[in-house]
Design a protein around this ligand. Structure first.
Ligand code: PEP
Length: 249
């Protein structure tokens, strides 16, 4: 089954609102690939101006996080309704930086995925092993565990809307990319896990991205693998290289 390629940039905690608009305008002419869904995931404060900047283009906007409650006394948090009303369509959930620095557990992330779906946002759900886990040989066990916990109680119809990003932690921001075979092996295992949880048709419908030092020179080889349907791109999404990654999709 043909899955549409999706390339998303994760801008992380970079770019003030005016810088974000300038970057969006610089990248828009470089990312016009009709075969690819293109998403800029930006800091909360940049969502409104970037949504305005991409109006009328092929680019969609995503948030990098959300909170599980709808409203109330949660000082400093941002709800799914706020994100949606700002014009964003996607939200990154469970990035390894949030798992590590903000102690986000799989149970909490499962609630976030459900909240995003309930509010009509498309979750980009991240998973991936540490270097220690890879060296111990538990990569696939660990990633399967994350997927099963994070998708617990989510229907097949809802699961089909989710994008999964396999991001080995040791490859994020380090310049060390997983080889295309390593990335394919885990993405295939994720799809097999999805088929066990749901069924083959559902597993075949879900898009799985690779993330971890994806750049203009390695993107084409990674994206050519049968179970890799796109990329979640950090560092290179802030540069014109992002256009070359989109062109490779
Ligand atoms: C990321 O943070 O999701 C990521 C993949 O970063 P980088 O491309 O910089 O490794």
């Amino acid at each position: 089954m043909a899955r549409r390629t999706i390339i998303a940039g994760n801008w992380k905690m970079n770019k003030t609102p005016s810088e974000a608009v300038a970057l969006a305008k610089e990248l828009i002419p470089l990312v016009g690939n009709d075969n690819v869904d293109v998403v800029f995931c930006v800091p909360f404060i940049d969502i409104v101006p970037v949504v305005e900047a991409v109006k009328g283009t092929n680019v969609k906007v995503g948030a990098e996080n959300l909170y599980i409650e709808d409203s109330g006394a949660y000082t400093g948090e941002i709800s799914a309704d706020m994100i949606k009303d700002s014009g964003a369509e996607y939200v990154i959930i469970g990035h390894s930086e949030r798992r590590e620095y903000f102690n986000e557990s799989d149970a909490f992330l499962n609630t976030k995925v459900k909240k995003a779906l309930e509010k009509g946002l498309i979750p980009i759900l991240c998973c991936g092993e540490s270097l220690e886990q890879r060296e111990t040989g538990v990569t696939i066990d660990f990633v399967r565990y994350q997927i099963k916990c994070d998708l617990a109680g989510i229907s097949a119809d809802d699961a089909k809307k989710i994008v999964i990003a396999y991001e080995p932690i040791w490859a994020i921001g380090t310049g060390k990319t997983a080889t295309s075979d390593q990335a394919q092996e885990v993405c295939q295992a994720i799809r097999e896990c999805l088929a066990e949880i749901y069924d083959q048709a559902t597993a075949d419908a879900i898009r799985i991205q690779y993330g971890g030092s994806m750049n203009a020179s390695n993107a084409a080889e990674l994206l050519a693998k049968p179970d890799i349907d796109g990329g979640l791109v950090g560092g290179a999404s802030l540069k014109p290289d992002f256009g070359e990654i989109v062109a490779a999709g």
